[in-house]
Design a protein around this ligand. Structure first.
Ligand SMILES: *Cc1c(COP(=O)(O)O)cnc(C)c1O
Length: 442
């Protein structure tokens, strides 16, 4: 047998019915009461096929499913688990706050502390509002941009994901939807990521009608795509020249790719910034902020409405305060960088040696394993991603204790508590997964 001794430990053909028995049984039952058995579609395994795995608990770099299987986690809850799951200090602070009352529907003392932490970290933000999800942050930011400019049209980028409000689903590539009013569709126009000319053309075409440009500074839903040099700076310049607002959606990149977010990494300033995911230490959170001039347009002082029974929730704020306080330590970002670099160095070596058609884009601990011949720079390129090869690798590594996002195009996230040994194990298992996916056998 040609296989190395190491890979003999690997399960090449798992008895899925046995390994996932509890998950499969649970999946059949939950589907009868919750559509698709999930509250968010990408959690189901529709894209990769097979039975969805259901989870019991998570701690540090690990997930544990209903059957007691353990996984090294690279989903990171789609972004929030930056310090790993259940960091002791965050759990303690949340529990303490929960005991004092989970919601007042009235102001309390945790909101200002959290606001000051974000404002200190992000130079473009002077005032901030906290909401409950990234979608809410984006939805509110778009309304604020429209209220501030008095214009309607929003320029967004094909293939970028900004949550599920009508404006950002209006004409999107990956996440299209029925039920979007024609008015919303007409008010959102699509440019090409990494292509300033396409933005300038739209600004000219819709001159005097554009409220803002919304962009993911690093795209996370068409593989991971970093901006080409000058792209974000160019958007800033175009927004200024045409008198429209630049909305930078840092829901995924915020406090993930750098302390503060991608704006700090690329030294670009937004007019309005959106946050979510990693900001709340695992609690449901969203936030949007900008200059005093823009943010003061919000009610009660201004004329733009945004509200929320649970907005600025005390337990969420406590989770956020504990998380941002821990993230202030540069050692956390060093660990995120070192472990992701280790993973990519190891994978890069076997990919190059075998000449497999796999690209490895990343910024910090936000990464993707892209099954394509050439680097993906925009939505059109992302259509070349080989979802079948990804699905094979996904299931191989799942059966061997590694959990990836169940999607060939969505960003994976590593935590600061993944160990050197776990990364070594991951490289070994993934390499074997690539071998299986690209072997010529039928
Ligand atoms: C996840 C995400 C959203 C939506 O956030 P939710 O909390 O899922 O509503 C918006 N924008 C970006 C860039 C995201 O990654």
């Amino acid at each position: 047998m040609a296989a190395s001794q190491k890979s003999c430990k690997l399960n090449l053909s798992v008895d899925k019915a046995k390994r996932y028995a509890q998950s499969i049984a649970y999946g059949k039952k939950i589907e009868t009461v919750i559509p698709g058995g999930v509250d968010s579609p990408f959690r189901a395994f529709h894209e990769v096929g097979g039975d969805t795995v259901f989870f019991d608990r998570a701690k540090g770099s690990r997930l544990y499913d209903l059957d007691g299987n353990s996984y090294i986690d690279y989903l990171g809850a789609w972004g929030p688990a930056i310090l790993g799951h259940c960091p002791d200090e965050v759990v303690r602070k949340c529990q303490e706050t929960l005991a004092k009352g989970p919601v007042f529907g009235a102001p309390h003392v945790y909101e200002m502390e959290m606001a000051e932490l974000v404002i200190a970290a992000v130079p473009s933000i002077e005032k901030i509002r906290f909401v409950n999800s990234g979608t809410e942050a984006v939805m509110s930011a778009i309304r604020l941009a429209r209220g501030f400019t008095g214009q309607e049209t929003i320029i967004m980028f094909e293939g970028c994901y900004h949550g599920h409000c009508d404006a950002t689903l209006a004409s999107n590539g990956h996440q299209s939807s029925s039920g979007i009013p024609d008015g919303a569709k007409a008010a959102t126009v699509l440019a090409k990521f990494n292509d300033l000319q396409s933005v300038e053309a739209l600004l000219n075409q819709h001159k005097g009608k554009v409220a803002g440009i919304i962009v993911e500074p690093v795209a996370g839903s068409m593989g991971v795509i970093t901006p080409v040099p000058g792209f974000l700076e160019g958007l800033r310049a175009l927004a200024d020249r045409f008198g429209v607002l630049l909305i930078i959606d840092e829901v995924l990149t915020g406090f993930r790719v750098a302390f503060g977010g991608a704006q700090n990494y690329y030294n670009v300033k937004a007019d309005i910034t959106c946050f979510g995911k990693a900001l709340g230490g695992g609690m449901p959170i969203g936030a949007y902020g900008g200059s005093k001039e823009i943010m003061n347009r919000l009610q009660p002082d201004g004329d733009v409405y945004q509200a929320g029974t649970f907005s600025g929730n005390p337990v969420t704020m406590a989770g956020g305060i504990a998380t941002l306080t821990l993230l202030k330590d540069p050692a956390v970002y060093q660990a995120l960088e070192d472990r992701t670099a280790q993973l990519f160095a190891g994978l890069g070596k076997v990919i190059a040696k075998n000449n497999w058609p796999i690209q490895l884009p990343r910024l910090g601990s936000m990464f993707s394993i892209v099954f394509a011949e050439k680097p993906v720079l925009n939505f059109q390129d992302s259509l070349t991603i080989d979802c079948k090869a990804f699905s094979k690798v996904f299931h191989f590594v799942l059966d061997n204790g590694i959990y990836l996002p169940p999607s060939a195009v969505d960003a994976a996230c590593l935590s600061s508590v993944h160990t050197i040994e776990e990364i070594e194990e991951t490289i070994e298992i993934m390499s074997e997964g690539f071998r299986v996916a690209f072997s010529k056998q039928p």
